[in-house]
Ligand binder design. Structure first.
Ligand code: FAD
Ligand code: DLZ
Ligand code: SF4
Length: 511
């Protein structure tokens, strides 16, 4: 009697009840497969980090007495897909039962359902024991109407007794401190150093290359600076709590050429592959606040990202898939400019955010939203292309979290399921939060003009976007201000602005 248990690359959850004690009748299967490396073009560091973390996890399971069958990307008997390898290993070990954890992605869930049917064995699907809200409950609750994140988050705070008193009143008297969390970073306090040392993964990189896997971005295989074990992930969490969390709140929406992470945690990869549990991350932040090391505004701002946004987008994903993947409410059809893949643009903000993403597989939230996402939105780029870019380039990109953030929050392609208004902004908006505009080839104060320093493309594209979608947005009370400002603008100025936008839209690759 052998139970074959599948562990996916983002299911590295050592505290899962499966692993409480070794079982002689259980064989754990882990596999590096081309079907997963190739469904989108991933960043080199993402493939390296996932494989390295998978290998370390398999080794730890074996050391703890579990039986593991691990298929490496270059193994001759690797059939390179979940389904084919499952069939092969089930036959090889004489499996009498198949068990797996819920997959986080709709695509993988369907694929594994089919594979299990083909196996024809008795099977069970168990929870991943990772999230703080149940997937089935969320899918049901969000099916008819998705609540605003804020109300969902308050509910989870009450349910999990996080930052609420006995009467369900939020600690500090308010549910959110967003107004205190929007400062530009002056360069002081200094941003903390990156928490992780480099791993030498050159041998693994050679295996990946030899297998023919195509990637984007810099591998930095001789010094991969991401956590691949739980111990490293925990050390990164402790580093964040001590050195960055105290400043997380005020600078969470800041951007700078002088720091990649500013006061962000860099923990999304460790969380998404389940080396860390969200509750332990939240508890670490709460403990720092209780010990008086961190202001409530920073602690709450951070908790909101994990308890609020992370759980919320997962609910939207599972309630709205598979239709969500086709949503294109703004009928955006343009290809993504070529320079998204190289960083080779004269726009300083985009050059910096893209070059950093290619180099590190990381950008913090506001870079993803206000810079790369905002530009694609204003330019009317196809959400399929935008999704593929985000899903590939970031170390933490798994569809359940990437897609609602990209298609929904950033591109408004879901027509307002996630966001109450499009996240569109011009140069003044970017300049307020960053130091990008200093030294840019474009002038952030101009909307149009042929002589002198050219006008910042964001400025005309912003107005063009609003005008293109006037029928949809003009009656949105949160959008009233810009439409009023447009109506007051001199007719010549308006015409010149739209002409400038048309000029840029015809040459996006040259910007
Ligand atoms: P911190 O700022 O330190 O935040 C702490 C944690 O909160 C993160 O590690 C993450 O787990 C969680 N979190 C924060 N914001 C969000 C959010 N909006 N949605 C879900 N979780 C959140 N996050 C991903 O994990 N994977 C993605 O593929 C992804 N794609 C994104 C695409 C776009 C267009 C945008 C705007 C955001 C995306 N995010 C994604 C959310 C967010 O940008 C990243 O989680 C964050 O930048 C990761 O860096 P960090 O760990 O330093 O985050
Ligand atoms: C992202 C990824 C990659 C690149 N490769 C693998 C792999 O070879 N084997 C594996 O089990 N998982 C991989 N993953 C993560 C999966 O895509 C992930 O398990 C699904 O996205 C389900 O959320
Ligand atoms: Fe970006 Fe425009 Fe500022 Fe240049 S001027 S950095 S393009 S916002």
């Amino acid at each position: 009697m052998t139970t074959l248990r599948l562990i996916l690359g983002d299911q590295l959850h050592a505290a899962h009840s499966w692993f409480r004690a070794p079982r002689a009748d259980a064989l754990y299967l882990m596999m590096e497969v081309r079907s997963e490396t190739d469904y989108v073009r991933h960043h080199a560091q993402k493939v390296l980090a996932i494989f390295a973390a998978m290998r370390a996890f398999a080794a730890a399971l074996q050391a703890a007495g579990h039986r593991v069958r691990y298929l490496k990307i270059g193994d001759a008997d690797n059939r390179q897909s979940f389904a084919a390898n499952l069939a092969q290993v089930a036959a090889e070990c004489g499996a009498t039962r198949f068990e797996r954890m819920e997959a986080d992605e709709w695509r993988v869930e369907r694929l594994l359902d089919e594979a299990a049917q083909t196996l024809g064995l008795p099977q069970a699907v168990v929870g991943s024991e990772h999230f703080l809200a149940e997937r089935a409950e969320l899918a049901q609750r969000f099916a008819a109407k998705v609540p605003r994140m804020e109300f969902f988050y308050r509910d989870l705070r009450r349910r999990h007794r996080i930052l609420v008193d006995a009467d369900d009143v939020p600690v500090g008297g308010v549910w959110n401190f967003d107004a205190q969390n929007r400062e530009k970073w002056p360069g002081d306090p200094p941003a903390p150093a990156w928490p992780w040392r480099g791993h030498d993964l050159c041998a693994l990189w050679d295996e990946i290359v030899a297998a023919g896997v195509r990637t984007i971005g810099a591998p930095h295989a001789d010094q991969l600076r991401w956590p691949i074990t739980r111990r490293e992930a925990r050390a990164g969490l402790a580093h964040f709590i001590e050195h960055a969390l105290p400043w997380f709140g005020p600078y969470q929406d800041a951007m700078s050429t002088r720091s990649t992470t500013l006061f962000h945690s860099g923990l999304s990869f460790a969380l998404n592959v389940k080396l860390l549990h969200p509750r332990e991350v939240i508890d670490a932040a709460l403990a720092a606040w209780q010990a008086g090391k961190v202001e409530l505004a920073s602690c709450e701002g951070f908790v909101r990202q994990i308890l609020g946004w992370r759980e919320f987008v997962r609910g939207v994903y599972w309630a709205r898939m598979p239709g969500y993947a086709q949503a294109n409410a703004l009928d955006a059809r343009r290809p993504l400019p070529e320079w998204y893949w190289s960083g080779d643009t004269k726009m300083a903000c985009l050059r910096h955010a893209i070059a950093q993403s290619l180099d590190t597989a990381y950008a913090h939230h506001i870079q993803r939203l206000m810079i790369t996402g905002n530009f694609a939105l204003l330019a009317g780029c196809d959400p399929d292309a935008v999704d593929a870019w985000y899903l590939g380039i970031y170390i933490d990109a798994f569809e359940w979290v990437e897609m609602p953030n990209t298609r929904g929050m950033s591109q408004f392609a879901d027509g307002g399921v996630i966001a109450s208004k499009p996240y569109a902004g011009a140069a003044s908006y970017i300049g307020k939060q960053s130091d990008y505009c200093k030294g840019c080839a474009y002038d952030p104060r101009r909307r149009h003009g042929a002589s002198g320093k050219p006008a910042c493309p964001f400025n005309s594209l912003y107005w063009d976007f609003l005008l293109r979608h006037e029928a949809r947005f003009a009656r949105n009370p949160r959008m009233a201000m810009p439409y009023k400002a447009w109506a007051k603008m001199d007719a010549g100025e308006r015409a010149a602005t739209l002409a400038q936008a048309a000029h840029w839209l015809a040459r996006l690759d040259e910007l």
